[in-house]
Design a protein around this ligand. Structure first.
Ligand code: ADP
Ligand code: MG
Length: 315
């Protein structure tokens, strides 16, 4: 392709909301063999919503939600934000009418009246959850790894409930207080509407789709099955996503990564073609070669098509 053809294609991409950062990446895209998709926020909408909250001890539901929300209050993670939002709603909104209990109007900008507990020693454990102390007692909110590492025993009834959530493609978050498991929260994050069609389309083009996630195997498999992806890598710690890319590159295959999170940026940089979701974090956008400004996965296909057309043109 001539420099002019590349320039024209870059313009065509831009007018379709696909920002192409260089002619080299555009050229590599025609040969993509594997597209590795991040799960949360890439294949899914990234709009996590609490669907279940089960308390196993005598603790009152309101107290339980306050405790969990207090632990997540400093979390940047979408799961943490979903939990905080759910607890706020429980406390400040009437469950049947949807109106605020005190008749006041709480906009997103308005601070809710103080209701969270004072916590100390907050820490976010990447790929696992959050930890903190309140009233001298430790609170753990996260996955099995986070709890078992601290010596918390997960009783059968709790494990069974988590498995049930995971089999229906939800994420089960475990809560321990003072080293005792006290409850489980279920969170759902629906697939993007176009996800299934895009996966099917890629297969038809001879491209193999793969899913990579920090989430657990059972949820990952359930989501992958829903979207039509056969090859899944789950429970991948943030640092491990780039290793997954390298493993697919062995033998010289051209590998693309599609992601949105800070966690994804090493993998976006490691890939032959990194594609960031426009609504994703700045760090992901910086690390990528392509930016999908419409946040629509169909543009993964648009980008590959554009590359194929640009570089197969006989002049
Ligand atoms: P992904 O690759 O899907 O974006 P992450 O690596 O961010 O996933 O997180 C992996 C898992 O760690 C989550 O599925 C969840 O179980 C747990 N986790 C991470 N952050 C939190 C949090 N703030 N609260 C509860 N659980 C969390
Ligand atoms: Mg993500």
């Amino acid at each position: 392709a001539t420099p002019t053809a590349v320039m024209v294609s870059t313009g065509v991409g831009a007018s379709n909301g696909v920002l192409i950062k260089g002619g080299d990446a555009l050229e590599r895209a025609q040969k993509i063999k594997y597209v590795i998709f991040d799960k949360t926020g890439t294949l899914t909408q990234g709009k996590a919503t609490v669907t279940d909250a089960k308390v196993f001890t005598g603790m009152d539901r309101g107290q339980f939600l306050t405790l969990v929300a207090s632990a997540e209050a400093n979390s940047e993670h979408p799961l943490g934000k979903a939990i905080l939002e759910y607890a706020r709603h429980f406390h400040f909104f009437d469950q049947s009418s949807g109106a605020t209990k005190d008749g006041k109007n709480y906009s997103i900008e308005t601070k809710y009246p103080g209701w969270l507990l004072d916590v100390s020693d907050f820490s976010a454990v990447p790929g696992k959850g959050v930890k903190c102390f309140t009233d001298g007692k430790q609170v753990l909110v996260g996955n099995r790894k986070l709890l078992t590492e601290s010596g918390v025993v997960i009783p059968n009834h709790a494990e069974n409930f988590v498995v049930e959530l995971e089999e229906s493609a939800k994420t089960g978050i475990l809560v321990a207080y003072n080293n005792v498991l006290i409850g489980v929260i279920g969170i759902a994050d629906p697939l993007k509407r176009e996800a299934t069609v895009v996966i099917e389309g890629l297969k038809k083009m001879g491209v193999c789709p793969v899913m990579v996630t920090g989430d657990n195997w059972r949820t990952a498999r359930a989501v992958a099955k829903e979207v039509g992806i056969q090859d899944v890598r789950a429970e991948v710690m943030p640092a491990g996503k780039a290793d997954v890319i390298h493993s697919f590159q062995k033998g010289g295959s051209v590998v693309a990564m599609v992601g949105d999170g800070i966690n994804d940026s090493p993998a976006l940089a490691a890939a032959d073609v990194g594609m960031a979701i426009g609504a994703g974090t700045d760090i992901a956008i910086e690390a990528a070669d392509f930016v999908l400004m419409r946040n629509n996965l169909e543009d993964v296909i648009t980008a590959i098509d554009l590359s194929r057309k640009t570089f197969s043109r006989i002049r």
